[in-house]
Design a protein around this ligand. Structure first.
Ligand SMILES: CC(=O)SCCNC(=O)CCNC(=O)[C@H](O)C(C)(C)COP(=O)(O)OP(=O)(O)OC[C@H]1O[C@@H](n2cnc3c(N)ncnc32)[C@H](O)[C@@H]1OP(=O)(O)O
Ligand SMILES: O=C([O-])CC(=O)C(=O)O
Length: 438
């Protein structure tokens, strides 16, 4: 799509100039200090990355180019058949900083549709895997298998100038995003529906077509997918999937290698896999208690038992957020509108009432509130997507929008190889001796 590509290039030139000036005039200005707790404790809170697409506030939550989730729901173009924002619009916003018009998002959806042909060998590769291979493994391998198509890798091998990296990266990113719903739906139908595949419907937008290929043409579900694929897309640069994608991309690995790596990070239970863990936790709890409508006392007992076993309560806590996640709230609002009577949704809300106080009582959990993963599973079950080992693939299709627009920005701005410094125990002990009296 020429319009988006040239607008992106124009925007990157302004940012490039700003960064050059900032580095020249203020490059040595201190933005943070680092204590040993952060060195040993997962680098929590250290300001050390640059990412334009979104910014996370511990209290207000995520803002995409300055737009909160409620603002996105108001401002981004919508389908004529739904109330939720089109993820095409969010991608446009992240890439350019501008809210697109209706015709611009329709043009983008058409462009993705034209680029959506998945190479035959990717399907053959997926087919060669045992059916019980985790869907995230299949998804990550499928993405890596398409690396044969990388325009960036080809141009790099031919000797492209570093000033032009952004162009083939943009092409790879657009091709990849176009194909992801097709791969994800293929994996879903292969594993859970006897490989009965459903042909794409070219008349539908990106999210609705994905819903259709999964096997559900309910307009409410299509609208849920638009919301789902919008709100999971980005969470600034430091989260594990975004950071991994960025790190791998910084070596000039192409978009296929980088996204596949990012998806491997998303597949961890402390990150994106938590959505599968939440519904698994709820099912295990209902199973053990023996009812779909447990009492508060029964739920609290189960939560305490889980904690006593040295396990985390999935869907609760966050490395940055210190309030209920606005992505949880957006899903709660959707459910209040459409799914109020659903027993499983009621259990999600019951956990929301009970878990924070219990976690707070432990005296060590920095954020006792629900994150995005606490709600999504129960909604998906309602619409018939009950196979929870697939849930993180849905998350991955959405997350690709954010991490891949970041990758376009990184190559356009010429961001360098990422390589922080590590220290060993001897270094730490010497440092303590040199800097304290003990
Ligand atoms: C899309 C996403 O990635 S959102 C996050 C999805 N992950 C989850 O929902 C898994 C459950 N949550 C957690 O494990 C954590 O809250 C994380 C990984 C999200 C954040 O970790 P941290 O930033 O280290 O959290 P925090 O500083 O509050 O941890 C302090 C202590 O509280 C514990 N804690 C934090 N959250 C929880 C929880 N939900 N249940 C039980 N204990 C918890 C930690 O395990 C840690 O215990 P420790 O000192 O004995 O090791
Ligand atoms: O921000 C984080 O660390 C985790 C998270 O919620 C996300 O990536 O969506």
């Amino acid at each position: 799509m020429k319009e988006l590509k040239s607008l992106f290039q124009e925007k990157t030139q302004h940012v490039q100039k700003d960064l050059k000036d900032i580095l020249k005039n203020h490059g040595d200005l201190q933005v943070d200090t680092v204590v040993l707790r952060q060195v040993i404790g997962g680098m929590r809170g250290i300001k050390s990355m640059f990412s334009e697409t979104s910014l996370l506030d511990p209290i207000d939550g995520i803002k995409f180019r300055g737009y909160s989730i409620p603002e996105l729901r108001d401002s981004l173009p919508k389908s004529s058949r739904g109330d939720e924002p089109l993820p095409e619009g969010l991608f446009w916003l992240m890439l350019t900083g501008e809210v697109p018009s209706q015709s611009q998002v329709e043009g983008l959806a058409d462009d993705w549709e034209k680029r959506s042909q998945v190479p035959e060998h990717t399907y053959r590769m997926i087919d060669s895997l045992p059916l019980d291979t985790h869907p995230m493994t299949q998804f990550s391998m499928a993405i890596a298998s398409m690396q044969t198509e990388s325009v960036f890798a080809k141009k790099y091998a031919e000797g492209i100038s570093k000033m032009k990296y952004w162009d083939p990266m943009y092409e790879d990113v657009m091709n990849l995003i176009a194909r992801l719903p097709h791969i994800a739906a293929y994996i879903y139908r292969r594993v859970y529906h006897d490989n009965k595949q459903i042909k794409a419907d070219e008349s539908l937008d990106w999210a609705a077509n994905f819903a259709h290929m999964l096997g559900n043409n309910d307009e409410e579900f299509q609208d849920l997918m638009r919301l789902y694929l919008t709100i999971h897309a980005d969470h600034e640069g430091g989260n594990a999937s975004a950071h991994t994608t960025h790190l791998v991309g910084s070596t000039l690995s192409d978009a296929y290698y980088s996204l596949s790596a990012g998806m491997n990070a998303l597949a961890g239970p402390l990150h994106g896999l938590a959505n599968q863990e939440v519904i698994k936790f709820i099912f295990a709890m209902l199973d053990e208690i023996g009812t779909k409508t447990p009492t508060d006392e029964q739920v609290s007992k189960f939560i305490h038992k889980t904690l006593d076993e040295g396990r985390v309560i999935p869907g609760y806590g966050h490395a940055v957020l210190r309030q209920p996640d606005p992505r949880f709230t957006a899903q709660k609002k959707f459910s209040e509108k459409h799914l109020k009577e659903d027993d499983l949704i009621q259990v999600v809300w019951q956990l929301f009432r009970l878990v924070p106080d219990i976690l707070d009582g432990l005296g060590k959990v920095k954020n006792p509130w629900p994150n995005v993963d606490a709600h999504s599973g129960a909604i998906l079950v309602h619409y018939g997507i009950k196979e929870y080992t697939f849930y993180t693939v849905l998350f991955g299709v959405s997350r690709a929008l954010g991490v891949l627009s970041n990758l376009c920005w990184a190559r356009a701005l010429g961001l360098p190889l990422e390589r922080p410094k590590s220290v060993n125990l001897e270094w730490i002990k010497n440092y303590i001796t040199e800097n304290t009296n003990s």
